[in-house]
Design a protein around this ligand. Structure first.
Ligand code: ZN
Length: 157
């Protein structure tokens, strides 16, 4: 498999920067192309690249982790939590919402008022990726059926 295309297992190294060019993270991993395993703005930018290619990709929020949604910021009373549970800024809770499971993070504590934010930490941000394509191989039938990569750099469940 010579190019990044649907059902290719792509191993890539990347560094991620915010709009001010501050590095957020760097990593190397394999993903299954064409199965929404990575954010859409990055996936479409990598389409057609070959192993060894390097690309700088800017992803707007709507093609990344979404716009910041004010309605996902909720103010709840301390009494909504078990009394013996310590509530600290940065704590995360998984909550069932009409759109599926969502992770809420405690972002503010004002006395008895707890402010929870269900936005992705990178919502509303323009993201800049420095990407290098390391390897491309065809996915196995099982990987295609599962919609994700198996093997040394993947995961299984
Ligand atoms: Zn699997």
């Amino acid at each position: 498999m010579q190019t990044v295309q649907n059902n290719a297992v792509v191993t890539m190294a990347y560094a991620l920067f915010d709009a001010d060019k501050n590095e957020i993270e760097a990593n190397e991993f394999a993903y299954l192309h064409g199965h929404n395993n990575i954010i859409p703005g990055l996936e479409s930018a990598l389409h057609g690249l070959t192993a060894g290619d390097k690309k700088n990709v800017t992803v707007a929020p709507e093609n990344g982790y979404g716009e910041f949604q004010e309605e996902l910021v909720e103010r709840v009373d301390r009494s909504a939590f078990p009394e013996d549970q310590d509530i600290e800024i940065g704590m995360q809770f998984q909550t069932d919402t009409p759109e599926g499971m969502r992770i809420f993070t405690v972002v503010e504590i004002n006395g008895d008022e707890i402010v929870l934010d269900g936005n992705h930490p990178m919502a509303g941000q323009t993201l800049i990726f420095d990407v290098e394509i390391k390897d491309i191989r065809k996915a196995t039938e099982e990987e295609m059926a599962h919609g994700h990569v198996h093997g040394a750099h993947g995961h299984h469940h």
